[in-house]
Design a protein around this ligand. Structure first.
Ligand SMILES: Nc1ncnc2c1ncn2[C@@H]1O[C@H](COP(=O)(O)OP(=O)(O)OP(=O)(O)O)[C@@H](O)[C@H]1O
Length: 470
């Protein structure tokens, strides 16, 4: 299918007179019309319009909304980037809200006011353009030199280039970074880009295996080496023959094994537990830690000679919070992946979710981000993942202007006061220290009249007195 056409407007409307009106109303756009869902899908396949206006009352259900919603669903399933505006009957706000929840970009109420509709449609075209540009930018920014490493941050792009260079050598590399920053991803990339790519990549977490098992896990054992050693077993070092050995959490390697590892690094030979033979092993060593190894050397928990052997080249991986743009870029990447894997129709992150991702400090780094997005892809009810789906607080509180902050606080105070006044506006006004007309004016200007009416007010019968009005 071709790319969406940024000038084409699709109108799905069964009234031919209205279709004509639409054509006149948008002289600068190519207006394509369809009378039914089937026709709309044909036009979509052929023309890929950027924006669509659809009437919810379409045949065979012109008086209901089922066909309109089905059309909305089908259009977005094929073309999720398209901006769809739905036309609803007078007063049918519930349908409009339902449509937005199902991915519609906007709605307008019939009868058609062409000036208003023009504004809505032009806004949709502008947004479509902006998003298309963003996607193009994202594709460029996200084009990291290493396929498995998604990043747009300069510091990480530099690390990727360093990894590419280091991959051509055999020097031991020490990867330093907090938990979940992608140390294993980079270790694997180092292997995959190296001439050893055809050989094995063997990883071992030195902190996760009990000390008494670790020696045999690393170096293997001969039959009868200890009770239960019923057969000869190769260790991870030997299994990495002609490949790469990734020693994760190297700071946790017990002192007794540090000597043995050092010998391997110096002489490229190992001895299995219970064995006497020196076995040559050709494996590249990449290690990683989130601890301060120098400090462990100072406190004599880590051998200095081993530290220098492992640390011929070190690569410090920045935490996610220090990679500008990466939380959102990775968030979109994971969401696309999880949505695809789970077959869910979650299309994107809401603006609020993007802001929340950008503001969160990510103590658990990319692993935390991945887990939150996995949750969001499952929990999202509409088409967009919201901050609550990610169990993140909305971020906008930190960046709103003072006027918005004041209005928000006023809204909240009014709701609380009315709720505590059993719905009486007069009592609420007294509690808030304002006159009743002022409170009414505030409720009106803050746009919460409907909520106040629906929620609490039993105040309808209390007319404003003359003295109050002054
Ligand atoms: N730049 C990246 N692009 C895509 N996925 C990434 C990136 N970095 C990390 N990940 C993913 O994040 C998760 C954590 O990464 P990884 O296991 O490499 O971190 P780590 O630093 O080795 O963590 P730990 O220290 O806890 O072992 C993995 O699922 C990994 O695939």
């Amino acid at each position: 299918m071709t790319a969406p056409d940024r000038d084409k407007l699709l109108v799905v409307e069964d009234d031919d007179g209205l279709c004509r009106q639409y054509r006149w109303a948008f002289p600068g756009r190519t207006v394509l019309t369809a009378n039914s869902r089937a026709e709309a899908m044909e036009v979509l396949e052929r023309e890929r319009p950027a924006v669509a206006v659809i009437d919810l009352g379409l045949p065979p259900d012109p008086d209901g909304v089922t066909e309109g919603f089905a059309t909305l669903h089908d259009l977005l399933a094929i073309c999720p980037d398209m901006k769809v505006i739905v036309a609803t009957g007078n007063g049918a706000k519930r349908n409009a809200i339902h449509a937005i929840g199902h991915g519609a970009h906007d709605f307008y109420e019939k009868p058609v006011d062409i000036d208003v509709l023009r504004l809505i449609v032009e806004r949709a075209f502008r947004l479509f353009d902006l998003e298309a540009e963003n996607r193009a930018l994202g594709a460029i920014a996200g084009s990291s030199p290493i396929k498995s490493v998604i990043t747009a941050a300069d510091s990480m792009l530099k690390i990727c280039r360093d990894i590419e260079k280091l991959a051509q050598t055999d020097v031991p590399v020490l990867l330093l970074g907090d938990s979940g920053t992608g140390k294993e991803v980079l270790a694997r990339a180092l292997h995959d880009l190296s001439p050893r790519a055809g050989g094995p990549f063997i990883a071992i977490n030195c902190g996760a295996i009990p000390e008494h098992l670790l020696e045999s896990e690393l170096f293997g054992h001969e039959r009868g080496a200890f009770t239960g050693a019923v057969r000869q077993t190769l260790g991870r070092v030997e299994l990495a023959q002609k490949g790469t050995l990734f020693l994760d959490e190297i700071g946790d390697l017990p002192m007794s094994l540090q000597v043995k590892l050092l010998r391997f690094l110096q002489e490229h030979v190992i001895e299995r537990v219970g064995g006497r033979k020196s076995i040559p092993v050709d494996a590249r060593i990449v290690s990683a830690t989130n601890q301060n190894l120098e400090q462990r050397v100072e406190t004599q928990q880590f051998r200095m000679d081993l530290f220098y052997r492992l640390n011929i080249v070190s690569v410090r991986i920045p935490p996610l919070r220090e990679r500008p743009g990466d939380a959102v870029l990775l968030g979109r990447y994971f969401l696309a992946r999880f949505a695809r894997e789970s077959g869910r129709r979650v299309i994107g992150l809401s603006e609020e979710a993007v802001a929340a991702l950008a503001a969160h400090p990510w103590p658990g780094n990319i692993r935390e981000l991945e887990n939150r997005i996995r949750r969001g892809a499952i929990m999202a009810e509409g088409r967009f993942v919201e901050p609550a789906d990610l169990e993140l607080a909305p971020a906008d509180a930190a960046v709103i202007d003072l006027r918005t902050a004041r209005q928000r606080a006023e809204r909240e105070a009014i709701h609380i006061a009315i709720a505590h006044s059993q719905g009486s506006i007069a009592t609420a006004a007294r509690r808030l220290g304002v006159s009743r007309p002022t409170l009414y004016a505030l409720i009106e200007s803050l746009g919460i009249a409907d909520l106040v009416k629906a929620g609490y007010s039993n105040d309808q019968s209390e007319p404003i007195t003359e003295s109050e009005a002054q």
